[in-house]
Design a protein. Structure first.
Length: 330
């Protein structure tokens, strides 16, 4: 089996026999465990079956939105959820933005609003881009970010540069394989690309040509795990062994029903709690819910189920459920 990595970046191997990010015999990236590509038959089976949440989905979703934008103008370390998988993160004056999507995407209208004018997002040092799916990688949103942040560096997965080429003039970019460390200039800052159980597809013929993953950010005594899109798997325990424990885990909890179809790519709230435990994280901030209607469950359902499951497992105090645009100060 072939393996790929970026020879310009350091690798922190999770085991002595680690050879790099695995690809198949066509050069397409594959998950470490349970390689999987969604089939047309499975999609049709899902679309044609009855949705057990049809009645609940008629309830209008009303997200909590914070209008206090003072966090934009101070220097305090913070994590701010801006909807779906978009976070503004500031650590020791270094600013990160993850998977920016400001409006609608192809075939999906944004249900909850973006909580501030995207033009205000300036002074960003690093853009963390987890994978190529349109609810994470939006050309128009990235154009806005690049125009307002000419100094920005994009940190993403292998072969994503082929997709992003031409989306922003002279944008600096580093592409990494799993368990590789990006080159950063800030003293004490380390950023790593780590596996996720997912897949990639942008067009009709590019399935798994661009690598997907999550990120580990370490600065001083703070360590953050940003999971991107992922089903539950053994990569969480490995991340903890190599980089953990973590101060904060930013994990997806939505787009998981029906679980027979979705679990390979999106974890349920209960699976997110398993991941949280595997990561040995102190706090969990959920994401990937309440923004786009991507699956069978109602938009309010994932966070409701997370809170119930956390309470039943004695983990309620570890859950942080901020409103859109509300800062979590570190």
């Amino acid at each position: 089996m072939p393996y790929l990595s970026n020879p310009l970046l350091n690798t922190i191997p999770p085991s002595p026999d680690w050879q790099g990010t695995p690809v198949d015999d066509r050069g397409r990236f594959r998950n470490i465990e349970h390689p999987y590509i969604t089939t047309l038959w499975e999609v049709l089976k899902w679309q044609l079956q009855k949705n057990p949440f049809k009645q609940e989905k008629r309830t209008r979703y009303q997200p909590n939105i914070s209008t206090d934008l003072s966090w934009l103008n101070n220097e305090q370390d913070c994590i701010v959820w801006l909807g779906h998988c978009t976070f503004y993160i500031r650590l020791h004056k270094t600013v990160f933005l993850t998977d920016p999507v400001f409006g609608n995407i192809l075939f999906n209208k944004r249900v909850s609003p973006f909580p501030l004018d995207p033009q205000l997002l300036k002074g960003i040092h690093y853009l963390l881009l987890s994978h190529d799916h349109r609810d994470h990688c939006d050309k128009q949103s990235l154009g806005t970010v690049f125009a307002n942040n000419p100094q920005i560096q994009v940190l993403t997965g292998l072969h994503m540069d082929a997709l992003l080429k031409g989306w922003g003039q002279n944008v600096r970019m580093q592409t990494a394989g799993w368990y590789q460390q990006y080159q950063t200039n800030e003293s004490g800052l380390a950023v790593y690309f780590v596996p996720a159980r997912h897949w990639a597809k942008r067009g009709a013929f590019d399935t798994n040509k661009h690598l997907w993953g999550g990120f580990v950010i370490k600065s001083g005594q703070t360590s953050i795990y940003f999971g991107g899109d992922s089903g539950y798997n053994g990569h969480y325990k490995l991340a903890s062994q190599v980089f953990g424990p973590f101060s904060y885990a930013l994990l997806g909890i939505g787009a998981y029903e029906p679980e027979w179809f979705m679990h390979v790519n999106h974890q349920s709230p209960t699976d997110a709690l398993l991941a949280f435990k595997d990561l040995q994280a102190a706090r969990l901030i959920p994401m990937h819910y309440g923004t786009f209607d991507l699956s069978d469950e109602p938009l309010y359902y994932p966070v409701q189920q997370l809170q119930q499951a956390a309470g039943a497992n004695g983990l309620a105090a570890a859950m942080l459920i901020p409103a859109l645009g509300e800062p979590v100060y570190l």
